[in-house]
Design a binder for this molecule. Structure first.
Ligand code: SPV
Ligand code: MG
Length: 293
């Protein structure tokens, strides 16, 4: 029932077109807990960020079970609904529905499936991003829908613009994915301006809620998304990139200085981490269970 309420919470966030929602990227328990503390109401379990944190490339090098395990840490470390980046589902309809079932068991609230081919290379890398056949991909969506029914929110992600197929193809696919049972459409773009996203929203007219990932068009003011009734914005990789920048800086300084004497004010105090993960609760539980008298 935990699962159900998180899926309902995600449904409210992602599928409400009356108010713009934000999902923050998480890739492990720490980033999930920090995002919740910051005030976010939902999380995006990013394929790129999870791959990075494991030392893999975002090219389906991490297996579906690596993903499921990483996602479990994210789910356990917050009370927030988690939308998982399922890439293309790691294969055909059968792999996709298996992934959805395993994610459901780990308590996720939703899965985003994209119309790419296995292995999926990060959308911002290189220029070869073959699109899946529409009917074949609709089979993946239908298989997932039939497997997890209403327990998970199903987001269909369109890579047509990434693959260079243009707006007509993107809209045609949105219609097909809606008919296949998607709850929302994620339209992805690698353009540095939001123009193609905004014209997609214009043409699509919210037949299903629209989810966007403004990683490359990051300069666009958020009021533009409200103006065209976007449902959800995903900040897809920013905790991982913030962590990488901070680790680089600190490693560089400690290596150069052969000392940690000056670094202390620039890093999280241990007390903050103990507080974040409720070490107090452990002491209280010990008093109750280990030393009851
Ligand atoms: C991810 O975060 O892994 C995504 C979004 O799929 S993107 O990297 O923008 O393609
Ligand atoms: Mg991804």
């Amino acid at each position: 029932e935990v699962n159900f309420s998180r899926a309902d919470a995600l449904r409210r966030e992602v599928c409400s077109s009356t108010e713009l929602s934000f999902l923050m990227e998480a890739h492990d328990g720490l980033s999930a807990a920090i995002a919740q503390r910051a005030g976010f109401k939902g999380l995006w379990a990013s394929g790129l960020s999870i791959a990075c944190s494991l030392g893999y490339r975002d090219a389906n090098e991490a297996s579906w079970s690596h993903l499921v395990d990483a996602v479990e840490r994210i789910v356990d470390s917050s009370q927030l609904p988690v939308l998982v980046d399922g890439d293309g589902g790691f294969g055909n309809f059968n792999n996709a529905r298996l992934l959805a079932r395993k994610l459901c068991e780990r308590g996720v609230a939703g899965i985003a499936l994209e119309d790419s081919c296995f292995p999926k290379l990060n959308s911002f890398v290189g220029n070869r991003h073959p699109l899946a056949d529409v009917d074949e991909f609709c089979g993946r969506l239908r298989a997932v829908k039939d497997t997890v029914a209403n327990e998970l929110v199903l987001v269909a992600r369109i890579e047509a613009l990434i693959a260079g197929h243009g707006m007509h193809e993107a809209i045609a696919r949105a219609h097909a994915y809606r008919e296949a049972g998607a709850d929302a459409i994620l339209i992805h773009s690698r353009s540095s301006s939001a123009d193609e996203i905004l014209s997609f929203a214009d043409a699509w007219q919210n037949r299903l809620p629209v989810v966007i990932v403004p990683t490359k068009y990051y300069r666009t003011p958020t009021c533009e998304y409200r103006r065209v009734d976007i449902s959800t914005v995903i900040w897809a990789n920013h905790s991982m990139r913030a962590a990488a920048a901070a680790m680089r800086r600190v490693c560089g300084r400690i290596f150069a200085e052969q000392s940690v004497a000056t670094i202390e004010p620039d890093i999280t105090p241990l007390e903050d981490l103990f507080e974040l993960f409720s070490y107090d609760e452990l002491a209280e539980a010990e008093a109750r269970y280990l030393h009851p008298n």
